[in-house]
Design a protein around this ligand. Structure first.
Ligand code: 5GP
Length: 111
């Protein structure tokens, strides 16, 4: 099922895009939790990490690499990547996305 992120990919809803290639895009989260809060999403619709198949391994590896690219682009070597999988884990948009968070002290364990 399509989500608001499919509309962002299609350009039907505006976003503050910071990266784009043939497999994914990255844009600033509308409700940032840190000075840098970017979402990296595949162009392909995959609802959540737990629905990944072997066929997606290359794509998800690419998303991880792009997380590092956008963090560095923002001037940060230290950053956190978060994937919420399922409503009980805080997922609200069911199109796989990596949160890339940086620019403040990040405590551990997360909430
Ligand atoms: P989740 O809770 O599913 O892990 O993360 C979804 C994220 O998408 C949230 O951090 C939320 O702020 C962000 N988000 C939801 N709708 C939009 C939107 O229309 N534009 C942007 N840029 N971010 C959105």
């Amino acid at each position: 099922m399509s989500t608001i992120f499919s509309k962002i990919i299609a350009g039907e809803i505006p976003s503050d895009q910071v990266y784009s290639d043939d497999r994914c895009i990255a844009f600033r989260d509308i409700n940032p939790t840190a000075p840098v809060h970017i979402l990296v999403i595949p162009r392909q619709e995959i609802a959540q990490l737990g629905h990944m198949t072997e066929d997606h391994e290359g794509l998800v590896g690419h998303l991880m690499r792009v997380a590092g690219i956008v963090a560095r682009q923002e001037g940060y070597e230290d950053f956190r990547v978060i994937i919420n999988n399922g409503a009980g884990a805080g997922q609200t948009v069911f199109h796989l996305h990596l949160h890339v968070v940086a620019g403040r002290t990040l405590s551990w364990p997360p909430g």
